[in-house]
Design a protein around this ligand. Structure first.
Ligand code: NAD
Length: 370
């Protein structure tokens, strides 16, 4: 029997606890039926942590996050906490986790489930079967570079400054994640930057090319200017497999790619840190959506993004590929059966609640495992 996997669950605020509740049921199902067991601890983050401890992330929770194999987070924030001082806003809890766990690689898959292909604003033949992965550098670049700020010039004008800055190591470690992912998928990596107009882009391209030659020459590498990548993502997204890019361009390209799928309630994500000598790394998995205060407490939230995030956790932290496939298949079957939460509802389908979606998934898992 393999050692138990340590998982810290941080449901957060708004619909976070509701969607996490359904994921817990799936985890219980796995605990009962599979050979692996999870050591689960639960903690507070965001507004709920502020209400309990006066901080959006208590030090004990932070330490726990550093000690587990993976963190699964729901969502943080909501109107109740919007007027709090900046340093105790719910999002600060999330940012502290990302920073102290040094989660530099953000993985955002854009997968179009056949049953939902019509939900995209793009033409059916452009998105049907889409399965791409954007790897965004998350802890460097223009969002963190110095100098930064707003200054007043002698003539009274004001000037806003941000600095795009990357080091060799920052580029290589995120590119390595991209190459390794490509190897597990269709073996193609596209690196996006603006080497035509930015020195940081020239360095990015040079370092990715060097790493490719040194360690990953079996992977097909292409380079693309980020503006062209943005255009290609809506023209023909299926030309891509894995895209690796910096923090700023990744922010934009990953949002663009995810909207090819048309449904916020279906989008998972992973954020990974550096691997140690045994290949273990800090990791946090969370849905892309927020705490959806407009529907919180109404049983309307779609739990699939959080469940698919747990699926990514099985795949990338626990190396449990069969179980991750099982979850993906269960989601697909439930959608094929015409069951929908309100956010993905279409004519002719059956609208169900958050808990009913959880039940449908468990029934599907039972069938698949039979
Ligand atoms: P949001 O993602 O919470 O909601 C946007 C819209 O999508 C809403 O209409 C909501 O009802 C719907 N929606 C989102 N997730 C859904 C789901 N799983 N099922 C069904 N419908 C869903 O974004 P927002 O409204 O801009 O932000 C609300 C709060 O969440 C804010 O406090 C914001 O700061 C916070 N937020 C947190 C995160 C995070 O925790 N990672 C991310 C984004 C926003």
């Amino acid at each position: 029997m393999p050692a138990n996997k340590k998982l810290l669950m941080l449901p957060g605020d708004g619909i976070g606890p509701e969607v996490m509740g359904e994921v817990k049921r799936v985890i219980d199902w796995m605990d009962k039926r599979r050979t692996v067991s999870f050591d689960i601890t639960e903690g507070l983050v965001g507004g709920s942590a502020y209400d309990a401890h006066g901080t959006p992330l208590a030090d004990e929770t932070m330490n726990e996050a550093l000690g587990v194999d993976a963190v699964l987070l729901g969502a943080v924030g909501g109107p109740k906490w919007e007027t709090l001082p900046f340093e105790v806003q719910p999002e600060r809890g999330l940012l502290r986790l990302r920073k102290e766990m040094d989660l530099f690689a953000n993985l955002r898959p854009a997968v179009v489930f056949d049953a939902l292909a019509e939900a995209s604003t793009l033409k059916l033949d452009v998105v049907k079967g889409l399965d791409i992965m954007i790897v965004r550098e998350l802890t460097g670049g223009i969002y963190f570079g110095d100098p930064r700020g707003i200054e007043t010039l002698p003539d009274g004008q004001r000037r806003g400054i941000n600095t795009q800055v990357y080091t060799t190591n920052e580029i290589r470690r995120v590119a390595r994640v991209g190459f390794e992912l490509a190897r597990k998928r269709s073996n193609r990596l596209c690196s996006a930057e603006k080497a035509n107009v930015m020195e940081a882009g020239v360095l990015w391209r040079e370092e990715v090319t060097k790493l490719h030659e040194e360690e990953f020459s079996d992977v097909e590498l292409t380079h693309m200017y980020a503006d062209n990548a943005a255009m290609q993502l809506v023209r023909n997204p299926k030309q891509f497999d894995v895209i690796v890019t910096d923090n700023l361009f990744g922010d934009i390209l990953s949002d663009e790619a995810s909207m090819c799928t048309g449904s916020l309630g279906m989008l998972p994500s992973a954020s990974l840190g550096e691997a140690d000598s045994s290949g273990c790394r800090h990791a946090m998995y969370e849905p892309v959506h927020g705490s959806a205060p407009d529907i919180a407490g109404q049983g309307k939230a779609n739990p699939l993004a959080t469940l698919l995030s747990f699926g990514m956790c099985l795949r990338y932290s626990f190396d449990m590929m069969d179980d991750a496939d099982l979850i993906d298949q269960a989601v697909q079957n439930v959608l094929n059966a015409g069951l929908r939460t309100a956010d993905i509802m279409e004519a002719g389908k059956k609208e169900i609640s958050t808990a009913e979606m959880g039940e449908a998934l468990l029934a599907e898992l039972d069938k698949l495992a039979a």
